[in-house]
Design a protein around this ligand. Structure first.
Ligand SMILES: *Cc1c(COP(=O)(O)O)cnc(C)c1O
Length: 347
């Protein structure tokens, strides 16, 4: 059994290890939270208005969407609905192209599924042929993240469509679009043609709501109706409902963060070129970088200097790699200064 390796609780330095928005949430979110009345706390939360706003924001109908307590809960709902050991007398299979977000494998195993891991291609190009070859009549979910975490590498739309056409009729493609705002690309307009694809969205990273927990599953209304049965009826609390409504209402704040992410990535790429480090161009708000020595040593040295980075060197295809959040430009500059200092001292 694969245990979820929860990142250490480090809050006293600069957190560039979990892809959060280190600039925080929109000030409008704080206003909305401060405006909550005692009765709104005392009553079970109403959802119809925030679902409508969210659906409009994503360009879908309200019955194409279910809100979840962070996308993590949406992933668990997909696992419960499709991957729990069935009465059919076989063990359902989950296909996970590596390297992948760890929660997929964790949730699949928790509900008793068999995890079929597909190893990475050079430069993390989506392993389409190997994923297709891994499909069996027992396949129930194929997990794809676009752009991928921890690599930042984007997946071709045509590859996703191909997988969706090849899976068995009871299976779904779970398409994790946590980082879609950064890539400025989404599969959502294609969902009408692919009723077996469920898109997962998160408000944790781009909108800076990780501490409040808000995510969504988006797909064909029939598929969403099925998945909804695996989501607690009062999944989001009243504070996250108010926060989500305010956050999606402040697109200016999001745009500003997206432009900082672009600038941050350019700065980090230039620093890596200068230091002779290999990296992969990222469509997300983080960059995977291959370090010359032991990734764990570099991560420890950066932590001593108050900057947390993520050691990803144990992920398939990622030997020697660290993942660096590239959000707020000032924070990226601090990370680059520390990388410079630590790597030059090691030479
Ligand atoms: C961060 C992350 C999530 C989880 O998002 P929450 O909405 O905070 O639960 C899901 N998938 C990927 C790929 C992530 O990086």
């Amino acid at each position: 059994m694969n245990d979820y390796d929860q990142p250490p609780e480090l809050y006293d330095g600069l957190r560039l290890h979990q892809n959060e928005n280190t600039g925080g949430c929109s000030p409008r979110v704080l206003e909305a939270l401060a405006a909550l009345r005692p009765d709104q706390i005392a009553f079970y939360p109403p959802y119809s208005s925030v679902i409508d706003s969210c659906a409009r924001h994503l360009g879908v109908s309200a019955d194409s969407l279910v809100l979840t307590n962070g996308l993590d809960e949406g992933i668990l709902a997909v696992a419960i609905d499709r991957l729990r050991s069935s009465a059919g007398g076989f063990v359902p299979e989950a296909i996970i192209p590596e390297p992948a977000f760890e929660i997929f494998g964790f949730d699949a195993e928790v509900v008793g599924a068999r995890v079929v891991r597909v190893m990475p291609q050079p430069d993390f190009v989506f392993a389409l042929d190997d994923v297709l070859a891994a499909i069996t009549p027992r396949t129930r979910v194929v997990f794809i993240t676009n752009p991928n975490n921890p690599t930042g590498v984007a997946v071709a739309e045509t590859a996703i469509q191909r997988v969706a056409r090849e899976v068995p009729s009871d299976a779904v493609v779970f398409l994790d679009e946590t980082y879609a705002e950064f890539a400025e690309h989404t599969f959502i307009p294609d969902l009408g043609r692919f009723p077996n694809v469920v898109v997962g969205r998160s408000f944790s990273k781009s909108y800076g709501l990780a501490g409040l927990r808000a995510g969504a599953l988006v797909g064909h209304p029939d598929l969403i109706a099925t998945l909804r049965r695996a989501v607690p009826v009062y999944s989001l609390n009243a504070a996250s409902v108010a926060a989500l409504q305010a956050a999606i209402g402040d697109q200016e704040y999001l745009r500003n963060y997206l432009s900082q992410v672009k600038e941050s990535k350019a700065l980090l790429y230039a620093a890596c070129d200068h230091l002779g480090l290999k990296y992969w161009r990222s469509a997300a708000n983080f960059v995977l970088v291959r370090t010359p020595g032991r990734a764990a040593d570099l991560v420890a040295a950066a932590a001593e200097r108050g900057i947390y980075l993520r050691d990803r060197s144990n992920e398939p295809g990622c030997s020697g790699c660290i993942r660096v959040t590239t959000g707020v430009v000032e924070h990226t500059r601090r990370a680059i200064a520390v990388l410079d200092e630590v790597l030059c001292a090691a030479r």
